[in-house]
Design a protein around this ligand. Structure first.
Ligand SMILES: Nc1nc2c(ncn2[C@@H]2O[C@H](COP(=O)(O)OP(=O)(O)O)[C@@H](O)[C@H]2O)c(=O)[nH]1
Ligand SMILES: [Mg+2]
Length: 267
């Protein structure tokens, strides 16, 4: 994680004092940190006598993390994001984590947009030994979510996790679909999954999803060398990151820790 940025920050901090902030600005932008966050970070570093400490502290102050707390029954988690970001995998990882904590879980196959999506989720559910509530390909995703919540209530299940479909880009069809799922299922937590390797684009997606989401999971941090999305998504939106996806296994979901991030940046 952060190979590129760690190396570059180290080089920049060795420069003559007056050159540090202009170079740092370029490096952060190259790493995919969003412009507004770069500006905030640079301002803090400029004002300080100790540039390294200032950068460390500015990064710590700009990243927000939150822990998943299951309160109320059933606790409904909605997972959204554009195509291929890792929604279904993240659903399975969260289910695995909750099962380990002794919670019972049911999944809602509300990605009815692609036929293969339901099968993919079904495979995970079979491996995890949790029930999948599904309907036919093309069915109303909100109705699937409704069924899953109804099932949880009648079987006394702790958590419902709703998978949803993505599109190539944020589009109005997707937004209308997600709004309806959200209206019908009133999730206790609505998480947007973004792919770390998409850098600033992930931040733009987060802004586009706006009030539909409460916070983020940043997936594929294990294959992300730049770190821009991880660093800027919470600063640019004011919403917290709950987890980092760190691989393809169920155990590859880590609580987001700004402390660990600055450490892996060598700060
Ligand atoms: N390396 C890595 N791959 C991931 C991670 N999360 C998801 N993936 C992979 O990304 C691909 C798309 O994931 P999927 O859950 O199907 O995405 P969805 O379309 O958003 O539901 C799959 O090959 C996953 O194994 C992660 O944290 N790290
Ligand atoms: Mg999926």
């Amino acid at each position: 994680m952060f190979k590129f940025l760690k190396k570059k920050i180290k080089e920049v901090l060795k420069l003559p004092r007056k050159d540090v902030t202009p170079e740092l600005e370029i490096v952060l932008l190259e790493a995919g940190v969003s412009l507004e966050v770069v500006d905030q970070l640079i301002e803090r570093v400029k004002k300080s006598d100790n540039q390294k400490t200032a950068l460390r502290q500015a990064l710590l102050d700009s990243m927000h993390s939150e822990r998943l707390k299951v309160k109320g029954k059933p606790f409904v988690i909605m997972i959204s994001g554009i195509n291929g970001t890792g929604k279904t995998t993240t659903l399975a990882k969260i289910a695995y984590l909750l099962l380990k904590k002794g919670k019972s879980v049911v999944a809602a196959g509300s990605d009815t947009f692609r036929a293969a999506a339901i099968e993919q989720l079904e495979e995970h559910c079979n491996r995890l030994k949790i029930k999948l509530i599904k309907q036919e390909y093309g069915a109303d995703p909100a109705s699937v979510a409704y069924d899953a919540i109804h099932h949880a209530k009648s079987k006394d299940i702790d958590v419902v996790i709703v998978d949803t479909s993505g599109r190539l880009h944020v589009d109005s069809g997707l937004m209308n679909e997600l709004e309806k799922i959200k209206r019908v299922s009133s999730p206790d937590l609505s998480l947007l999954v973004v792919d770390a390797t998409t850098g600033n684009d992930a931040v733009e997606q987060a802004k586009a999803f706006g009030p539909l989401v409460d916070g983020f999971v940043v997936s594929k941090s294990d294959v992300d060398e730049r770190g821009g999305a991880i660093i800027s998504i919470s600063a640019a939106t004011g919403k917290p990151v709950y987890f980092l996806g760190t691989g393809q296994e169920y155990t590859d979901l880590k609580p987001f820790s700004p402390e660990k991030i600055v450490k892996s940046l060598g700060l």
